[in-house]
Design a protein around this ligand. Sequence first.
Ligand SMILES: [Zn+2]
Ligand SMILES: [Zn+2]
Length: 117
Amino acid sequence: MPEEGQDQLVVCVDCGAQFPFSAQEQSFYKERGYSPPKRCKACRAKRKAQGAAPAGGAGDGAAAPAQFYKIVCAGCGQESTVPFKPDPTRPAYCRACYSTRRKAGPNAAGPGPAGTP
Ligand SMILES: [Zn+2]
Ligand SMILES: [Zn+2]
Protein backbone atom coordinates (compact mmCIF):
# COMPACT_ATOMS: atom_id res chain seq x y z
CA MET A 1 0.00 0.00 0.00
CA PRO A 2 1.61 3.21 -1.14
CA GLU A 3 2.02 5.74 1.55
CA GLU A 4 0.06 8.90 1.04
CA GLY A 5 0.21 12.23 2.69
CA GLN A 6 3.88 12.73 2.01
CA ASP A 7 5.45 15.63 0.24
CA GLN A 8 7.53 14.69 -2.72
CA LEU A 9 10.44 16.37 -4.37
CA VAL A 10 10.15 16.38 -8.11
CA VAL A 11 12.96 17.30 -10.46
CA CYS A 12 11.88 19.75 -13.12
CA VAL A 13 12.48 18.35 -16.58
CA ASP A 14 13.08 21.81 -17.94
CA CYS A 15 15.50 23.47 -15.54
CA GLY A 16 16.46 20.50 -13.37
CA ALA A 17 15.48 22.22 -10.18
CA GLN A 18 13.80 20.27 -7.42
CA PHE A 19 10.41 21.48 -6.43
CA PRO A 20 8.00 20.25 -3.78
CA PHE A 21 4.95 18.32 -4.82
CA SER A 22 2.95 18.50 -1.67
CA ALA A 23 0.61 15.83 -0.39
CA GLN A 24 -2.25 18.24 -0.88
CA GLU A 25 -1.33 18.76 -4.50
CA GLN A 26 -0.85 15.05 -4.99
CA SER A 27 -4.38 14.26 -3.88
CA PHE A 28 -5.67 17.18 -5.93
CA TYR A 29 -3.97 15.84 -9.03
CA LYS A 30 -5.17 12.33 -8.29
CA GLU A 31 -8.76 13.47 -7.85
CA ARG A 32 -8.75 15.16 -11.21
CA GLY A 33 -6.89 12.38 -12.91
CA TYR A 34 -3.99 14.63 -13.76
CA SER A 35 -0.55 13.19 -14.13
CA PRO A 36 1.95 14.57 -11.64
CA PRO A 37 3.73 17.74 -12.70
CA LYS A 38 7.08 17.37 -14.39
CA ARG A 39 7.98 21.03 -14.26
CA CYS A 40 8.48 23.53 -11.52
CA LYS A 41 6.08 26.40 -11.08
CA ALA A 42 8.29 28.86 -12.91
CA CYS A 43 8.70 26.62 -15.93
CA ARG A 44 5.00 25.79 -15.99
CA ALA A 45 4.14 29.46 -15.93
CA LYS A 46 6.64 30.08 -18.69
CA ARG A 47 5.17 27.36 -20.88
CA LYS A 48 1.67 28.55 -20.18
CA ALA A 49 2.57 32.08 -21.13
CA GLN A 50 4.20 30.88 -24.31
CA GLY A 51 1.26 28.75 -25.23
CA ALA A 52 -1.37 31.32 -24.47
CA ALA A 53 0.13 34.25 -26.27
CA PRO A 54 0.11 34.08 -30.05
CA ALA A 55 3.72 34.48 -31.08
CA GLY A 56 4.35 38.00 -32.22
CA GLY A 57 1.19 39.79 -33.20
CA ALA A 58 0.11 43.38 -33.13
CA GLY A 59 -3.25 42.69 -31.66
CA ASP A 60 -4.10 46.27 -30.91
CA GLY A 61 -7.43 46.05 -32.65
CA ALA A 62 -8.75 48.83 -34.85
CA ALA A 63 -5.16 49.83 -35.48
CA ALA A 64 -5.15 48.60 -39.03
CA PRO A 65 -5.67 51.51 -41.37
CA ALA A 66 -8.80 51.14 -43.41
CA GLN A 67 -8.36 51.45 -47.11
CA PHE A 68 -10.00 54.48 -48.61
CA TYR A 69 -10.77 55.08 -52.23
CA LYS A 70 -10.86 58.46 -53.82
CA ILE A 71 -14.09 59.36 -55.53
CA VAL A 72 -15.65 62.39 -57.09
CA CYS A 73 -19.08 62.80 -55.61
CA ALA A 74 -21.83 62.52 -58.18
CA GLY A 75 -24.00 64.72 -56.01
CA CYS A 76 -21.90 67.74 -55.17
CA GLY A 77 -18.91 67.16 -57.43
CA GLN A 78 -16.42 67.33 -54.62
CA GLU A 79 -13.59 64.94 -54.12
CA SER A 80 -14.10 62.55 -51.27
CA THR A 81 -13.03 59.18 -50.01
CA VAL A 82 -15.06 56.09 -49.35
CA PRO A 83 -14.10 53.10 -47.21
CA PHE A 84 -15.10 50.67 -49.95
CA LYS A 85 -14.18 50.13 -53.55
CA PRO A 86 -16.46 52.31 -55.62
CA ASP A 87 -18.52 50.60 -58.24
CA PRO A 88 -17.57 52.13 -61.60
CA THR A 89 -21.02 51.43 -62.98
CA ARG A 90 -22.69 53.43 -60.24
CA PRO A 91 -22.33 57.03 -59.19
CA ALA A 92 -20.32 57.50 -56.05
CA TYR A 93 -21.40 59.93 -53.42
CA CYS A 94 -19.64 61.59 -50.56
CA ARG A 95 -20.81 60.81 -47.09
CA ALA A 96 -23.04 63.85 -46.85
CA CYS A 97 -24.71 63.29 -50.18
CA TYR A 98 -25.06 59.61 -49.53
CA SER A 99 -26.89 60.15 -46.28
CA THR A 100 -29.14 62.84 -47.71
CA ARG A 101 -30.00 60.59 -50.60
CA ARG A 102 -30.76 57.76 -48.27
CA LYS A 103 -32.97 59.95 -46.17
CA ALA A 104 -34.74 61.41 -49.17
CA GLY A 105 -35.32 58.06 -50.75
CA PRO A 106 -34.78 56.90 -54.31
CA ASN A 107 -37.56 59.04 -55.73
CA ALA A 108 -36.21 62.34 -54.50
CA ALA A 109 -33.07 62.55 -56.60
CA GLY A 110 -33.37 66.01 -57.98
CA PRO A 111 -36.05 67.39 -60.26
CA GLY A 112 -36.53 64.09 -62.04
CA PRO A 113 -38.46 63.46 -65.19
CA ALA A 114 -41.21 66.02 -65.19
CA GLY A 115 -43.72 63.94 -67.00
CA THR A 116 -46.78 65.23 -65.22
CA PRO A 117 -47.85 68.73 -66.23
ZN1 LIG B 1 11.82 24.39 -13.98
ZN1 LIG C 1 -21.36 65.05 -52.27
